[in-house]
Design a protein around this ligand. Structure first.
Ligand code: AMP
Length: 140
């Protein structure tokens, strides 16, 4: 498998070289808003240490990320009064992966809704407002 690239965009977010709407972090993981949300509240959860995806992640990285995914799934459900939550995760280009640092997508869902098509940037104000809702739900 290709080696981990330290210049990938999520590595830059972890080093605070580029901005992100951060909603949660602990020693091992970070959660921030997806800039092209396919649903209001679309979040990404990543490990703070390098790995490309599930195929090269350590058990410790996977365990830490999954605990944060569960915590944030509860938070987005509360924040958006969601009926359900979709998790997505892609591995290597052939598996649909575009950014090669392990990440899980968390998408709040409502009965009968459809995910928006990929690739459309949201307004910064909207993303910040959604991030604030999730932070508030985490604080409850
Ligand atoms: P994938 O690797 O297929 O899971 O897709 C990468 C995801 O990262 C897409 O949903 C993008 O919208 C998202 N993304 C790309 N750049 C950024 C960024 N700078 N901040 C937040 N999300 C991003």
């Amino acid at each position: 498998m290709t080696a981990y690239d330290r210049e990938n965009i999520f590595a830059k977010i972890l080093r605070a070289e580029i901005p992100a709407a951060r909603v949660y972090e602990d020693d091992d993981t970070l959660a921030f808003m997806d800039i092209m949300p396919r649903a209001d509240g679309h979040l990404l959860v990543i490990p703070k240490t390098p790995c490309r995806n599930v195929l090269d992640a350590s058990p410790q990285q996977l365990a830490a990320v999954m605990l944060t995914v569960q915590r944030l799934s509860h938070a987005v459900r509360k924040a958006f009064d969601a009926d359900g939550v979709t998790l997505q995760q892609f591995n290597e280009a052939a598996g649909g992966q575009e950014v090669f640092h392990l990440h899980f997508h968390i998408l709040p869902r409502h009965e009968g809704d459809k995910l928006r098509p990929p690739g459309k940037m949201a307004e910064r104000e909207q993303i910040e407002a959604d991030a604030a809702k999730i932070r508030a739900a985490l604080a409850l």
